[in-house]
Design a protein around this ligand. Structure first.
Ligand SMILES: NC(=O)c1ccc[n+]([C@@H]2O[C@H](COP(=O)([O-])OP(=O)(O)OC[C@H]3O[C@@H](n4cnc5c(N)ncnc54)[C@H](OP(=O)(O)O)[C@@H]3O)[C@@H](O)[C@H]2O)c1
Length: 301
């Protein structure tokens, strides 16, 4: 099977590529920058429609996992044109090429399609994004749904991705926290924002199952535990035996964010728990797995 991944240098895409290679899948890792180390690398800007079409015609993938995105929420708010081009037009290009080549499409969306007023959102809840990033991701879901035959489209929504493979040049929340607490520095963490944090490995494994079983529809493929960011930080400190007293509990209004964040965009994972063999992990199991991965990598963490 040929698998094309967009955004394959990223936190999720790189882990997916690695795990897919372990399953002997023929992996084509594409990204806007030439840095990917897993599988065959293809330089691809998803905004470039001609290049997207050419890539699909050349590779003829059976499956594409579209994870390329402008993920910086504040940058999306400040540069709406760029966010629209990458997140919406890019997805349109990928979906149209998938439809034309009869390729199965997995689109990676986000919990930020929800307003965060309710929490524990189920797949059938009405999305109502608060910020421009969420709006573009929701619009991309719509574009993909309108373009693809229903049976050839899986939309997966994760929430706050973290993991042991840092995205190129970017560090995720868990690794940043571990590094900072190890140095004995204080951190200020919001007590009033809730999510269902997602280990990239768990997300990649659930995605691979969706590929293998050709599942279609919308699924919340995130961690199984709803936590405030502050609680998440304390869990990480516990697991890695770090000093919790260095974590200061603050209000989200203390952060000078440009874009508004949902208060509680946690996702209900009942559907994934019921249908998938690879289950969304509880926070304790996910952190244990992260610890094991970091130990195996013999990093300085
Ligand atoms: N991270 C989270 O907490 C989170 C939560 C919920 C949902 N998601 C969704 O999950 C998916 C994967 O997220 P992630 O954390 O792995 O993101 P990430 O680490 O930021 O990776 C995204 C990748 O896409 C690349 N990219 C940006 N513009 C592109 C373009 N025009 N053409 C091709 N590639 C392009 C990025 O390159 P540059 O770095 O050079 O821009 C980056 O390598 C995204 O769709 C995101 O919206 C993420």
């Amino acid at each position: 099977m040929k698998l094309l991944i967009t955004g394959a240098n990223g936190l999720f895409g790189s882990k997916l590529a690695k795990l897919a290679l372990d399953k002997d899948i023929q992996v084509y890792s594409s990204d806007i920058q030439g840095l990917s180390t897993f599988g065959n690398f293809v330089k691809l800007d998803v905004v470039n429609k001609a290049k997207v079409n050419e890539t699909f015609q050349t590779i003829k993938p059976d499956v594409v996992v579209h994870a390329a995105s402008l993920t910086d929420v504040d940058r999306c708010e400040l540069n709406k044109e760029l966010a629209w081009n990458i997140n919406v037009e890019g997805t349109k290009n990928v979906a149209e090429a998938s439809q034309q080549t009869e390729c199965f499409l997995i689109y990676i969306s986000t919990d930020y399609v929800f307003s965060g007023e309710k929490g524990y959102y189920v797949e059938s809840d009405s999305p109502e994004p608060l910020n421009y990033y969420g709006l573009t991701k929701l619009e991309a879901e719509t574009v993909a749904t309108q373009t693809m035959p229903q049976s050839d489209l899986f939309i997966g929504r994760p929430s706050v991705i973290y993991g042991s493979t840092p995205a190129t040049g970017k560090i995720n929340f868990a690794l940043w926290l571990i590094e900072t607490l190890r140095k004995g520095e204080r951190v200020r963490i919001a007590k009033d924002q809730w999510n269902t944090p997602t280990l990239n490995t768990n997300l990649a494994e659930m995605t691979l199952e969706a590929i293998e079983r050709r599942l279609s529809g919308v699924y919340h493929i995130c961690g199984a535990t709803r936590l405030s960011r502050f609680e998440f930080a304390r869990k990480i400190a516990d697991c890695f035996e770090l000093d919790k007293s260095l974590i200061d509990k603050v209000s989200s209004t203390d952060f000078p964010w440009v874009a508004q964040r949902p208060v509680d965009s946690s996702l209900d994972t009942s559907l994934s728990q019921r249908i998938l063999r690879c289950k969304p992990l509880t926070i304790d199991r996910a952190l244990e797995k992260l610890k094991q991965e970091l130990t195996e990598k013999q990093t300085s963490f």
